[in-house]
Design a protein around this ligand. Structure first.
Ligand SMILES: [Zn+2]
Length: 199
């Protein structure tokens, strides 16, 4: 039993999809748990796994690490734990879980999370996870919305005219992101799917 895999990458790259697929394809575990903030907030485990695709009787779905009972997961049954949005996990609890999984006969762990935040800064948890998952990592990126390279990294919130902020993101590669800040937020021609739709 062990630390199984770490899916790290940008928004829209399919990190959660990959982690959830692995979870669903592993019925041999006696218990399967997923920490999924998006399930409770938005009704899906990943963009490809909405309520209709998930049999809630097969999985234990929890909103965050605080909802996880550490005594229960220490019990000796074969258990798979998937943590999505691992970048937001409280450090102490995450370390405790990593140590448990690293030494336990019973707990397998898969994590998925963002590489960098909205200012391009790496999340602190990434450095924590790296030594544990050194040879068990997949780094995935979605395309950059501006130059179409396959290196999309930083998700920036879109701004609409009239200073209206919409909770929707465009993914930029590092080089376009740096230009974005050099020019100022409003001036780069980030494609806007909603605007194009209305044309
Ligand atoms: Zn780019």
């Amino acid at each position: 039993m062990a630390l199984i895999h770490y899916y790290q990458g940008s928004m829209y790259a399919g990190k959660s999809t990959a982690a959830v697929n692995t979870l669903l394809q592993a019925p041999h575990y006696q218990e399967r748990i997923i920490i999924s903030p998006s399930w409770h907030a938005r009704g899906f485990l990943s963009r490809n796994h909405g309520k209709n695709e998930i049999n809630e009787e097969e999985l234990t779905i929890l909103p965050d690490l605080d909802a996880l009972d550490f005594h229960v997961i220490a019990s000796p049954i074969k258990r798979l734990l998937v943590i999505d949005e691992v970048q937001f996990c409280p450090k102490e609890k995450l370390i405790q879980l990593l140590e448990m999984s690293n030494t336990s006969e019973h707990l397998d762990l898969i994590v998925a999370g963002l590489q960098v935040g909205q200012h391009g800064q790496p999340f602190a948890n990434n450095a924590l996870l790296l030594p544990y998952f050194a040879n068990k990592m997949t780094i995935i990126h979605a395309p950059c919305a501006l130059c179409q390279s396959k290196e999309g990294l930083v998700a920036v919130r879109k701004w609409l005219i009239d200073d209206h902020i919409r909770d929707e993101y465009s993914l930029l590669c590092k080089s376009c992101f740096d230009k974005f800040f050099a020019y100022g937020r409003g001036s780069l021609p980030i494609p806007d799917p909603l605007f194009d739709k209305n044309k």
